[in-house]
Design a protein around this ligand. Structure first.
Ligand code: PLP
Length: 341
């Protein structure tokens, strides 16, 4: 298969239309068989549930080429499970797990020419999503839904190495107690936009959100979970019901324990203990880990000992091990790598 003529290593993180996308409709209480289509436009009622009351959820994962030339993706079963949780919480129909994984495989196969070559640092980002498509004006769940997957090639997240970022403790909240923070819903992002635009204007790369109830505990950023490394090499990651369960974070916890023999603590992390940590990172599919060099809490600067020049030593080990597993350089735990072709 001939690859598209794309300058892979200079791609940004933006949308580029690819050849095919997957569409399945839910009507009369059931999902249809689903098809691949060239049509990238969606026509829905002006009163669709998604447009009026934001009834929508999504997932994000990547396909890429391994060292031995296979096209694979990473733990799509966990994306399927998480989308099921999101759908239930938003009163949307569940898109069955096996069907989800098959749809991901079919969509990537149909766009194989856009999967970047090994070593380019680029990947094919996969975006499954679902929304209420039928008219809703009185507040209730829609009767009809559409599940879709598109793909878009994205560049290496860090061009020229991962530089530590500076983040701020936000005065805005991301997720209410007993709210929707633990599902991947568009609504969580809509209300984070003002907070992130404000943080960027102030010169910060990201927001650190606290637990809204006591504002003493660390939650996550707008789109990535935290990991911290203690001075005696333990991995600490916040535990909270309002954090989105990152697949990258859960994989790093496993890697820390099983590959690096580290001790791991998943527990509440207090704002006033941050200065004791040696390293800090943000984890998510896009970057795997972004190192944090400094956290600013209302003028008080917490400088991680790992500094502002490069990723902390332990964070780097975690990063290299997980990306090594993803790229086929290190043997993966059973079931982590889904071979597409
Ligand atoms: C998607 C997402 C993450 C990262 O999850 P991954 O599965 O690792 O990509 C973290 N936080 C939020 C709020 C997210 O939406």
């Amino acid at each position: 298969m001939e690859k598209k003529n794309i300058d892979w290593s200079n791609l940004g993180f933006g949308y580029m239309k690819t050849d095919m996308r997957y569409v399945s409709n839910f009507k009369d209480g059931k999902w249809d068989d689903g098809v691949l289509t060239e049509d990238s436009n969606i026509v829905i009622s002006e009163c669709a549930g998604v447009l009026q009351y934001a009834q929508t959820c999504f997932e994000g994962l990547k396909a890429y080429t391994t060292e031995d030339g296979k096209i694979v993706c990473f733990r799509p079963d966990l994306n399927a499970d998480r989308m099921i949780d999101s759908a239930k919480r938003l009163e949307m129909p569940v898109f069955p797990k096996e069907k989800f994984i098959d749809a991901v495989v079919e969509t990537v196969k149909a766009n194989a020419a856009y999967v970047p070559p090994y070593g380019s640092g680029a990947t094919l980002y996969i975006r499954p999503y679902m929304f209420g498509s039928s008219p809703v004006i009185g507040v209730k769940p829609a009767d009809e839904y559409q599940f879709r997957i598109f793909t878009t090639p994205v560049g290496p997240y860090f061009k020229g190495g991962a530089k530590p970022i500076v983040i701020k403790v936000s005065d805005f909240d991301r997720a209410a107690p007993n709210g929707t923070g633990n599902i991947k819903a568009g609504l969580n992002y809509a209300m984070s936009l003002h907070a992130i635009v404000t943080a960027h204007e102030e010169g910060y790369a990201e927001n650190m959100y606290l637990d809204p109830k006591t504002r003493t505990k660390v939650e996550e950023t707008g789109g990535a979970n935290f990991i911290f490394i203690t001075k005696d090499n333990k991995l600490v990651t916040p535990k909270s019901d309002s954090i989105l369960p990152s697949i990258t974070r859960r994989s790093l916890v496993y890697v820390a324990k099983e590959y690096l023999g580290m001790e791991v603590e998943e527990r509440e992390v207090y704002l006033d203990e941050l200065e004791n940590f040696a390293e800090c990172g943000l984890c998510g599919t896009a970057a795997v880990i972004s190192p944090v060099g400094k956290i600013v809490d209302h003028g008080k600067e917490i400088c991680l000992p790992s500094g502002m020049d490069e990723m902390g030593e332990v964070t780097k080990k975690l990063y290299d091990t997980l990306t090594g597993i993803q790229m086929g350089r290190i043997e993966a735990p059973k079931g982590w790598i889904k071979v597409i072709e």
